[in-house]
Design a protein around this ligand. Structure first.
Ligand code: ADP
Ligand code: MG
Length: 254
């Protein structure tokens, strides 16, 4: 279960990425980066954030804590930007929040050094979840208090857009040629040896249980949220065992 908070104030939109998340203050006095349920691919993006974010944390990656944010669309009334106002208006109910890492810097592959072990672990994880949003142009990695933190797992698990073809899609290779850490001699094999055994059915059950029912309830072809949770777990379970052999576009880790 993710902690539940209630948004009390909309602070500002964050315009660096593509999806226009917002910074909000909540009833627990926390400050959160909020991803809107009413955004374009809203619901699936949020599911991907929770499944991959909670999996990453359990595999030992630094990943800001996730919460659910209950939003009263009335908070948008004072918002001058029309696009933001519309997002707030269409996102009443349960949204996703992430602890705001105040003072974090965007990761710059030219300015920071990453060890082959850490690069390998992150690259292997991105291959596992098929993250297409960790390129050197847009790393979605933050440097905070001297450490590397993972954020933004909205563009992962492409197979959840077509469930009948999910297993076949999940068996495809991962092209790492544009990956933000491709030039750090990532030790993908070492990472796989360490991390793949941790990706068990039990762990994936725990991770998918964290996704709120509200985002899972309306998927065509699934009778219950738990059926859909199992569908999220299966491709990850199969992929964990084989993906290190299917990473293309890098020298190391072969
Ligand atoms: N937890 C966080 N702490 C600090 N800054 C963040 C955090 N999450 C996101 N950001 C900032 O907001 C930007 C957009 O967030 P992101 O999750 O990448 O959304 P998207 O790319 O889908 O718009 C990031 O590139 C980063 O600069
Ligand atoms: Mg982003």
């Amino acid at each position: 279960m993710l902690k539940e908070v209630i948004a009390t104030r909309f602070i500002t939109p964050l315009r660096e990425g593509g999806s226009l998340p917002g910074l909000v203050e909540a009833d627990d006095f926390g400050t959160y980066v909020m991803k809107f349920a009413g955004a374009g691919q809203g619901r699936k993006t949020l599911i991907a954030e929770v499944v991959c974010g909670e999996l990453a944390r359990r595999l030992g990656f630094r990943m800001p804590r996730l919460v659910t944010v209950e939003l009263d669309p009335v908070l948008g009334l004072g918002e001058p930007d029309q696009q933001v106002q519309e997002l707030l208006r269409s996102s009443g109910g349960t949204n996703l929040g992430m602890d705001f890492l105040s003072g974090a810097l965007g990761f710059d592959p030219l300015a920071f050094e990453v060890s082959p072990a850490e690069a390998g672990r992150i690259l292997w994880f991105d291959a596992l979840v098929n993250n297409v949003d960790r390129s050197w142009r847009n790393p979605n990695l933050l440097m905070w208090r001297g450490d590397l933190w993972l954020i933004d797992h909205g563009a992962t698990m492409i197979w959840h857009h077509n469930w009948p073809g999910a297993q076949a899609s999940a068996e495809r290779p991962y092209d790492a040629s544009d990956h933000a850490l491709a030039t750090f001699a990532p030790d993908v094999r070492g990472a796989a040896a360490e991390l793949a055994p941790l990706v068990t059915e039990e762990l994936l059950t725990e991770v998918t249980a964290a996704v709120p029912d509200a985002w899972l309830a309306t998927e065509p072809g699934f009778d219950t949220p738990d059926d859909l949770r199992r569908a999220y777990a299966t491709p990850l379970l199969t992929r964990a065992a084989v993906i290190h052999d299917r990473v293309t576009g890098i020298e190391e880790g072969k």
